[in-house]
Design a protein around this ligand. Sequence first.
Ligand SMILES: [Zn+2]
Length: 693
Amino acid sequence: MSISETQSKVTASHLQRDAYLYVRQSTMRQVIENSESAVRQYDLRGRAVALGWPRERVIVIDVDQGLSGATAADREGFQRLVADVSLKKAGIVLGLECSRLARNNSDWHRLLELCALTDTLICDEDGLYDPSTINDRLLLGLKGAMSEAELHILRSRLRGGTLSKARRGELRTSLPAGLVYDPLGKVTLDPDTAVQGAIRHLFECFERTGSARAVVKEFTARKLTFPQRIRTGPRKGEAVWAALHHDRVLMVLHNPRYAGAFAFGRRQSQYLAGKMTVRQLPRDQWTALIPDAHPGYISFAQFEANQALLLANAQARGCERRAGPPREGPALLQGLVICARCGQRMTVRYHHPGGHTVPEYLCQNEAINTATSRRCQTIPGAGIDRALATLLLDTLTPVALEVALTVAQELEQRADEADKLRQTHVERARYQAELARRRYLSVDPDNRLVANTLEADWNAKLRALADAQDDYERARTNGNGRLSDEQRAKVMALASDFPRLWNDPATPQRERKRMVRLLVEDVTLARDQQITAHVRLKGGQTHALTLPLPSPVWQTRQTHPDTFKLIDQLLDDHTDAQTAELLNQAGRTTGTGQPFTALSVLRLRQDHRLPSHRQRLRARGLLTPAEMAQRLGVHTSTIKNWHAAGLLTGHKANEQNEQLYEPPAPDDPRLVKHAGSRLKNRESHPSTPGGAV
Ligand SMILES: [Zn+2]
């Protein structure tokens, strides 16, 4: 392309407008490592100047630096460029390689179209193009297509041979730990029994618990390690033993080779928008899946069952409103309860009064969100679980279920129709927005008044489109709770067998929880004067249950008032143990119907702040041995001797056999006989320590 030809493309109309230099690198790493390319990009500014634009009218758009360019939607800089081009602000767009100006081909074609419409030039290192002329337009289009095709051809050539081998199941791929190639190249189980044992234990543990997390917990609790094959480096192929982590468990469970199946192409690495990404493919897009190709640790059927379970667990985590997997613990509705006050899922907590486990449902969302201890509501769970079980047993006859499921299906069909209607609404909005855009683009930009009105109109139409799309999405996500054929079959099978399974004492609580999950969509709980539970079953039926609030623990366990009065009287003259004994003789029992013990009497009087027998004796003026000894001026052992000899009146104060003594009358002849002079002596000199007799 000659200089004159190049320059003839630049007209006065172009030069009146600004030059746009679009600088982009797709990743932060490129920004750091590839500054040379950035220098080249900025050099294009010199080119714009050479073509006749004043340096200060070259606008650099480089906000995309460090952002990846998968689509134009999240690239502010590219959008600004498109907007300015469509507003006819740009006379020329400069970029390093114009085909890479917009990485994704549809973005590229849109920009080309706009440049053609607005008579904007395009310039890269190879040359200057006028997209409104057919030749340049074709050339540019081709450049964009080529950059995509180039990558594709390169990739497919490399993969062609590999793929056909993989389709025959003959490709030798690296095997996961636990599987090895024998000398003939056939896949067999690793002869190391420790490796085999660890893998078998993982599968068995998952089958037992139904959760990958539980597998990790068990391995950790029992300090078990798991084999792992080194993939690269000098020790490549060797097995090392390391702690088992959650992602490793998932990898093992998802790998069909453990089920003896040859699989290839489960993941796809793509060079998307200048970046290598790896994504998991759905199974129907795998290159090859050949069951029973070699020995495995589980059957293919078991593998399929595991996948279904993992999917269900993952869905539970994916969305707040969906049910969680059944965990340990007896609360039937764990993961299914929704708080009626705030609409969030409630969690379970267990209490263990007297050895029983009692669940309690609580809403902590407010506390978590606000980082305070404010709890939205707390609802005792035992009554709810019982009521729900009764409800399920009463209502879930096969006939009732069949009807419910049929109704649900009809509702789904109606929802589909509504969905189509809403979709046409979105289409209409999109068409009108497009119409407004074209009207706006076709107006002479110098005709300001008309252009402004049309621009406002275009904006309004775009907003209407966004609203319509939002409505559509919202309506779609609200239409959840649909049943797949498979779920439907499961529910029906369960219905005929349900009461027997439920009441069988051998059925583990976890299985009951699974059954509840199959049958119940969710339960919304509210508490005020009573507990209200709105149960939504899978078929779409709803039931409202009302339950009385259970009386608080202290009330149900209160000791009968008469018994309590008796205890108060007995403590005047008896220790805790003696009181308990007398109560039992009188046929009284505790609030929970148990016989009294010294400990239960102790707790009762502590809870109700009743004075103990000892405190009562002290209040009556009885003295401790030390006080008595001091009073009489003798050693404490003398007091004990006198008590044993019957000279002093003592009372047993507690279970430790402590004695308290009636104070001596000042004229007690027995005391005067033994200690008369000293007693007088001590009274006149109270500070003198008393000596032994
Ligand atoms: Zn709440």
